[in-house]
Design a protein around this ligand. Structure first.
Ligand code: FE2
Ligand code: FE2
Length: 174
């Protein structure tokens, strides 16, 4: 699912980057799209190693979802694509740390570095999107309804004082 969801995210960011007018925003969102394609490659490498097949169902489903979000970015205004991207990224952070926990249960530590980097990268994405909308008047309302914003996040990673790779097992335990 992570493999296919990364594709949905990458498609969504194509539409998002295409729909914003500001050059810096366009470039930053395009970079995030490239990061997601990168994650997809990393996840595929792990799947191949353990002979986990790609799900044709998820590939189709997330293809459609990604394209719908991509198109929606052109019609739902400036704020919402940033808000929901940040909210989604917030939830993605722990996916990779949880994957690390599962590997640790099997005493497999060789993927720690890659999973750590992917988890931290998703956090950087979350922070980027939050920074763009943090002063927006719509944020308090959206934060109340959708449970993400300045005071609420779906992970316990703090980039200002982030744990080392070795200590990062402590993330996302709750
Ligand atoms: Fe990603
Ligand atoms: Fe991301």
């Amino acid at each position: 699912m992570a493999y296919s969801a990364e594709k949905a995210a990458a498609f969504a960011y194509q539409g998002h980057a295409g729909s914003v007018k500001n050059k810096d925003e366009k470039a930053a969102i395009h970079q995030i799209e490239l990061d997601e394609w990168n994650h997809r490659r990393e996840v595929l490498a792990m799947m191949n190693k353990y002979e986990v097949p790609v799900s044709r169902y998820y590939e189709f489903r997330f293809h459609v979802i990604g394209k719908i979000i991509s198109t929606a970015c052109y019609v739902i205004g400036w704020f919402m694509p940033f808000y929901f991207a940040g909210r989604l990224e917030s939830g993605n952070v722990c996916e990779y740390f949880r994957m690390m926990h599962f590997f640790h249960e099997l005493n497999i530590r060789e993927h720690d570095q890659v999973l750590y980097e992917m988890g931290i990268k998703e956090k950087e994405h979350e922070v980027y999107f939050y920074e763009q909308i943090k002063n927006s008047k719509a944020l308090p309302f959206f934060e109340k309804i959708f449970s993400w914003g300045g005071k609420r996040s779906f992970n316990d990673v703090d980039l200002e004082s982030k744990y080392s790779l070795e200590a990062s097992d402590a993330y996302c335990k709750k």
